[in-house]
Design a protein around this ligand. Structure first.
Ligand code: DX5
Ligand code: ZN
Length: 213
C-alpha cells in the first residue's frame, strides 16, 4: 500500500522539517503537484523546490504534471530527482509524453479525471506503470470529491488489472478503507487526511495504514 503525502499541502516555510517528519512517520513516497496556470488554473510547487526535496529524502518523488507543455516539464522532472511522472490522459500529447518520460529513464503513470470515460483508456493498457485516479477536478487541494466517482474504481481495476491504481483527491480515512476494498493500491494524502490535523503525522499514517491493510 503506497501512502504518498501531497507536498503542495505541506507548510511551504518548513519543507525540510515536514519531509523529515513525514518520512519518519512512515510515508512511502511524496506526491509532487506541478501546475502551470494553463492546463489547470493554479500553480503549486516549483521545480526549484522539487530539486531541493530530492536532497532532503530518499523516498521516491512522484510528479503529477498538470501542465500544457509536457516535454519541458518532463525534462525538469528528470533533472530534479523525480522517479515517476503522472501525465493526464486528457492531454492531447499524452502518448508522446509517455514515450519521452521513458527515454529520460522515468517511470510513467496516467492521471485520469473523474469525467473521463474509462473505455477511452484502452490504448494505455500495459503501457503505464501506474494509474492516478482523480476524485476531484485537478488543480486545487481541499476540494470535495466528485459525487459517485469511487464507483469508477472497479472498472479501472478490471481494465488495468496488472497496474497499481493510486487515488488522488479528497482522500479521507473512510476513502482509504472503502477504496482499498475496491482494489486501490495507494493513496495521495492531502488536506483531507493528513495536513492541518491536530495529530502527529506518525499517528495519522499508522492509522491510515491499518485501514488500508
Ligand atoms: C489536486 C492534487 C492533489 C491534492 C490532494 O489537484 O492533485 O494531490 O493536493 O489534496 P486534497 O487531499 O486536499 O484533495
Ligand atoms: Zn496530485
Amino acid at each position: 500500500m503506497n501512502l504518498s503525502p501531497s507536498l503542495m499541502c505541506a507548510d511551504p516555510g518548513h519543507f525540510a522539517e515536514e519531509i523529515a517528519f513525514l518520512e519518519a512517520a512512515g510515508a512511502d513516497s511524496f506526491h509532487i503537484d506541478i501546475m502551470d496556470g494553463e492546463f489547470v488554473s493554479n500553480f503549486a510547487l516549483s521545480w526549484a523546490e522539487v530539486s531541493k526535496f530530492s536532497s532532503m529524502t530518499t523516498l521516491p518523488l512522484e510528479a503529477h504534471l498538470m501542465v500544457r507543455n509536457l516535454s519541458v516539464h518532463i525534462g525538469f522532472a528528470a533533472s530534479s530527482g523525480v522517479k515517476l511522472v503522472y501525465l493526464h490522459a486528457e492531454h492531447p500529447d499524452v502518448l508522446r509524453g509517455l514515450q519521452r518520460a521513458r527515454v529520460l529513464g522515468l517511470k510513467a503513470g496516467l492521471a485520469v479525471n473523474p469525467e473521463t470515460d474509462v473505455d477511452t483508456l484502452r490504448p494505455f493498457v500495459d503501457m503505464v506503470d501506474a494509474i492516478l485516479m482523480m476524485r476531484v477536478r485537478p488543480g486545487f487541494a481541499g476540494q470535495s470529491a466528485v459525487s459517485d466517482v469511487d464507483e469508477r474504481l472497479p472498472l479501472l481495476c478490471s481494465l488495468f488489472s496488472n497496474t497499481p491504481i493510486i487515488v488522488d483527491g479528497a482522500v479521507t480515512p473512510d476513502t482509504v478503507a472503502s477504496m482499498k476494498r475496491k482494489g486501490a493500491s495507494g493513496f495521495v494524502l492531502g488536506t483531507s487526511s493528513l495536513f492541518g490535523k491536530n495529530e502527529p503525522y506518525r499517528k495519522i499514517i499508522h492509522n491510515l495504514r491499518t485501514l488500508a491493510s
